[in-house]
Design a protein. Sequence first.
Length: 335
Amino acid sequence: MRSLAIALLTAVSLGAASGVAAAADFELTYSTTYSPTHPYGQADALWIERIEEQTNGRVKITPFWGGALINSREGVDELNAGVADMAYIAPIYATSGYDLSRLTPQFFYGYGDALKVLEVYMELWKDYPQYAQELDGAQVLGYNVGTPMHLMLREKPFNQLSDLKGLRLRSAVDYVGALTAAGAEGVTMPMTETYPSLQRGVLDGVIAPYEALKSLSFAEVIKYYSELPHSRGAYPSRAINAAAWARLPDDIKQVFLDNIDFLTQKTYELSQAAEDEGRAYGEKLGVQFNAVAPEVIAEYSAAFEPAARETAKQLDAKGLPGTEIHDKIRAALNN
């Protein structure tokens, strides 16, 4: 019995001396505004499982779904305050601050390929440390790229700019200027109010992605889906606060760093699957899809440039490389 006790004591001492952590020594909380059934939540669940497996159970992550701890607009502030160790963040939707993350996505006007947007954005993230500095010490663990939105219309398809004249369209605020230039009225209303407005004819259409044909049932109240791209840009979407990051040993940190690409790509893949499902649903309900000629896309995109350049100048005035980033994004479009 005495020899067994000595053996146990020796094993504990050796473990402590070698710095090997006990199982689940690193317990972390993760907060997201999404449910586990949403594509982003599904990606999170796969990522959590992967991190726990690759750390041999040394890391235990407890998720809090549906905005139980942190909301998207104030995600970075609340994360850094320690409300959760890790969180889904969306500085792109913040009402103020995070100027590069929030404002430079509008420079991707005319981009129709989400993976191209992500590629260009990741180069910017590498070249401009100001993006990371805005997050005040939080370590980014994954990125999002929005699948492009297009025109959903009630009465006729879009083929040329003159088709927009007189239409009333639900739109994000970033698109209102270009719509106005084409003679349309951009209306910023909650997506929850858009379906009945389309149904009653209060709206002639909406700018939304394929997945909304099913998830928001828009396929029931529109007849045409015209592929005029409206890019949503890319942004850092998951992060761990500086205090929690500092508590982790280097080998555990490396596991998280090695899985940034996994989480980013899995998020995109699952989002694209939802897009494909939405389009299939629209086809089933008889929605007619049409491509838009490249020259028409270019003509429409040109209307975004004045506002984008003004935003770039505002960033320049704050000591940020706004115009430089804008010009790099534009140059990369056709490369």
